[in-house]
Design a protein around this ligand. Structure first.
Ligand SMILES: Cc1cc2nc3c(=O)[nH]c(=O)nc-3n(C[C@H](O)[C@H](O)[C@H](O)COP(=O)(O)OP(=O)(O)OC[C@H]3O[C@@H](n4cnc5c(N)ncnc54)[C@H](O)[C@@H]3O)c2cc1C
Length: 311
């Protein structure tokens, strides 16, 4: 493939002009992470690139790698804590064909990593396919979910997956099966630099649409009962330690309602930190670090982050 016509060092403007020439790509300049994350925090990013098909993605990534340009993939921004200073690189989002799903041969659902989990769950419902109901309440994309093996109420996305197509630095495109994906509690082998999840094949089993819908409603009701609703947050902040619950531990130390600036530990569920409006990422970060320190000091347990800090 021909490289782009820029020579390093280059400006974001020049780079943006080169990228815009690729078919199947939409470029936006100077975006705010505040508009792109569920916590509604974070500073500016010079370029955001929506890629709509695989060949556009490959052309983009190969040239960014060649030019040693920093990039990151953004899903729905529902599991990241960015910096107030922003990110000096390119955000890549998977859109168009890379965010669609359909029923393929052999009864497998094939889904692009950019699809939202609620959309994937509704597609399964419309096809009368069971097993994906729990995804309807997780507001992320498939790519973000596979990276941390998202789950709830005793179910995890890794159990549904047969194969994942990934692009990997120095290896290019290749398929990874469930064993190679190494799914564990909120972890997978995709949790490393230089990996982009492209699409996945899922097992699905035929079931009655009424039953699937009822299961979705039950899960939603459980979520509404225990978790804050309609607030700016990123779901659970910490992983549960072995044999206990992060929320229970934090609550037992009296930290519900703890507030720093506009960030507050939820009064409903202590493992949620809420942006009350206009919070800084640093305020959230401060609460996270402080809770981690206190839980360790008082209980001897280290709470590991479930949310990802972006440096
Ligand atoms: C109200 C609420 C409830 C939630 N409930 C749950 C829950 O029940 N269970 C649960 O597990 N989580 C939950 N979450 C957290 C979050 O929704 C999930 O972790 C989700 O899977 C994150 O996906 P995302 O697309 O938002 O990822 P992002 O936050 O955009 O990104 C997270 C990480 O994944 C990477 N990434 C995203 N897409 C790709 C890709 N295609 N290729 C490579 N890397 C990629 C990003 O670079 C980043 O490192 C909740 C969040 C909220 C706000």
């Amino acid at each position: 493939m021909e490289g782009w016509g820029f020579a390093l060092p280059t400006t974001w403007e020049e780079l943006s002009e080169e990228i815009e020439k690729v078919e199947g790509i939409v470029v936006r300049r100077n975006v705010s992470l505040r508009d792109l994350t569920s916590w509604r925090v974070g500073g500016q990013v010079p370029l955001m690139v929506d890629v709509c098909n695989l060949s556009a993605f490959l052309e983009l990534i190969q040239n960014l790698e060649k030019g040693k340009v920093c990039w990151r993939v953004l899903g729905a921004g529902s599991n990241i804590l960015p910096r107030d200073e922003g990110y000096e690189g390119i955000l890549i989002r998977l859109k168009g064909e890379l965010s669609q799903a359909s029923l393929g041969g052999g009864g497998f659902v094939e889904a692009g990593a950019g699809i939202s989990l609620p959309k994937l769950a509704s597609l399964a419902l419309s096809l009368g396919l069971g097993g994906m109901e729990f995804l309807s309440g997780i507001p992320g994309t498939l790519g973000g979910a596979l990276k941390i093996n998202a789950g709830c109420f005793g179910q995890e996305i890794g159990n549904l997956v047969e194969q994942v197509l990934i692009w990997e630095r120095n290896q290019g495109l290749h398929w990874v099966n469930r064993v190679q994906a190494g799914f564990g509690y909120r972890s997978s082998s995709f949790k490393k630099e230089g990996v982009v999840l492209i699409k996945a094949l899922f097992k699905a089993f035929p079931d009655s649409k009424e039953v699937i819908k009822k299961r979705m409603e039950e899960l939603q009701a459980r979520r509404a009962e225990h978790q804050p609703q309609g607030v700016f947050c990123a779901g659970s902040v910490f992983k549960n330690p072995v044999g206990d619950y992060a929320g229970r531990l934090i609550e037992s130390l009296g930290f519900k309602g703890l507030r720093v600036g506009q960030a507050q530990v939820s009064n409903k569920h202590a493992n949620f930190i809420i942006n009350l409006g206009g919070a800084k990422a640093d305020e959230i970060r401060f609460i996270i670090k402080w809770i981690q320190g206190e839980v360790f000091r008082q209980k001897g347990i280290f709470l590991e982050n479930e949310v990802e800090f972006w440096s």
